[in-house]
Design a protein around this ligand. Structure first.
Ligand code: PMP
Length: 454
């Protein structure tokens, strides 16, 4: 059994936080090497500002804002207080056919922040749920338009849209898909990683032509069968893949030409990560549907959102039938959960009043400069960045492709720093409140650790 792989926790070692072996085994950890963790745990018991507190009492520098979601810094008291108040006054409210005011207020805040033309906000509980909601919304939209055959979805190789069935299907990270077969019918454009763009800073120069692959897929399937194209304006999970100059505009043009909806997954880029409010704002391209999550509550409560164009919303509302019948038969027990809405309103206050996107934009050039100083170190084959996001791509280990990033992350943890590793990259996305000295510390630790790994 799996427990044979688990050493009994050492009661004297604070790293186990006093947990029993039964407790360790009871929790099946997501996206984790369970056996490895339970032998060598990395328990987090607190967090403030840019730091996580480990069970053995260390302040660990957080280089990824949790999981790209606590971008305004850990432990924001405004959010904690809003959550506490709401938990006492209205811990739950039924979301179907009844409502509570904070849901409408938060929807309006998000609508005001997102680009003009994105006007109606549907709440979910995660980025994955936002992705699947967007796909269902797109399919239902075309049915309502009298074009039920428009069902095919187009994503991208290396795209990440969460782990539910729809998002896994349009997603293109091999390790996340291959265990599950074909799922939902979908095609994939290439990733926009080109050798000639290696080590370029910010938006890469080459590769706008890759958008023309969409024309090829339209040729293959005919636009009459295609519902939507789903892309991240900047891919995060596959290692910060920034679209080449002009690429997203070109996708928008092709979608317009063929009546295909364009969906931007801004779960990671939403609310400041690129130095602009949204990727759509930065690149000057407005999608028909935008998905959000993560920073919407600064990571404090699970929440996601799908923001649609007025045209899509109107199409559902004009659907006819008795006016009490749901126009979109979709939603969750916890859609617009009051505690999530309270956290979201407090997070939006912080986002606007503390000018978080501007703050990210102001630190971004320094962050870029320091991260790119790592070029030339052993194992590093590419460095990519945009705003307060960067990825360091490593040459894969000859036998175990993903081993080096894992070992680097473990060494960094020993040295007091949390970094995220995925596939062959180390990813950096610190909170926007990070100071220059912390950026220096991040890069210094990486410069120490990376070349020493075999
Ligand atoms: N889409 C993107 C672009 C993401 O980065 C993520 C999370 N990393 C998701 C979707 C999935 O979000 P969640 O984990 O909240 O389901």
């Amino acid at each position: 059994t799996a427990s044979e792989h688990v050493l009994p926790p050492n009661e004297d070692d604070a790293r186990w936080a006093g947990l029993s072996r039964a407790e360790l085994e009871a929790y099946w950890m997501p996206f984790s090497g369970n056996r490895q963790f339970k032998d060598d745990p990395r328990m987090i018991v607190g967090a403030h500002d840019c730091y996580l507190r480990s069970a053995d009492g260390r302040d660990i520098l957080d280089t990824l804002s949790g999981l790209w979601c606590c971008s305004f810094g850990h432990g924001r008291s405004e959010i904690a207080e809003a959550i506490g108040r709401c938990a006492k006054e209205l811990a739950y409210s039924p979301p179907f056919q009844f409502g509570h005011p904070m849901a409408f207020q938060l929807a309006n805040r998000v609508r005001e922040l997102t680009p003009d033309g994105l006007d109606h906000v549907f709440f979910t509980n995660s980025g994955s749920e936002s992705a699947d909601t967007a796909l269902k919304m797109a399919k239902a939209y075309w049915r309502l338009k009298g074009r039920p055959e428009k069902t095919r979805m187009i994503g991208r190789i290396k795209g990440y849209h969460g782990v539910n069935v729809g998002g896994t299907s349009v997603g293109g990270i091999v390790g996340n898909r291959k265990h599950f077969g074909s799922l939902m019918e979908s095609d994939h454009l290439s990733a926009t990683l080109l050798p000639e763009n290696r080590f370029s800073r910010g938006t890469p120069e080459h590769g706008v032509h890759l958008a023309d692959q969409l024309e090829e897929l339209v040729g293959l399937h005919d636009a009459s069968n295609i519902a939507a194209v789903v892309v991240e304006p900047m891919s995060g999970s596959a290692g910060v893949i920034v679209p080449p100059a002009g690429y997203l505009k070109r996708l928008r043009e092709i979608c317009d030409k063929h009546d295909i909806l364009l969906v931007f997954d801004e779960v990671l880029t939403g609310f400041g990560r690129t130095g602009s409010d949204f990727g759509a704002t930065l690149f000057g391209v407005t999608p028909d549907i935008m998905t959000l999550a993560k920073n919407i509550t600064n990571g404090a409560v699970p929440m996601g959102a799908v923001v649609s164009s007025a045209e899509i919303y109107r199409t559902f509302m004009d659907n006819g039938g008795p006016d009490y019948v749901p126009e979109f038969p979709h939603g969750y027990t916890y859609s617009a959960h009051p505690i999530a809405c309270a956290a979201g309103l407090a997070a939006m206050d912080i986002f606007e009043h503390d000018r978080m996107a501007e703050r990210a934009g102001a630190m971004a050039p320094y962050f870029e400069e320091q991260v790119h100083q790592l070029k030339g170190l052993r194992h590093i084959v590419d460095i990519r960045n945009l705003g307060m996001a960067a990825a360091i791509q490593l040459e894969p280990h000859p036998r175990e492709a993903t081993r080096r990033p894992f070992e680097i992350a473990m060494r960094c943890w020993e040295k007091g720093m949390y970094v995220r590793f995925a596939a062959d990259t180390i990813q950096l996305g610190p909170p926007f409140i990070v100071e220059r000295e912390q950026v220096d510390q991040m890069c210094n630790i990486l410069a120490d650790v990376i070349p020493t790994i075999d």
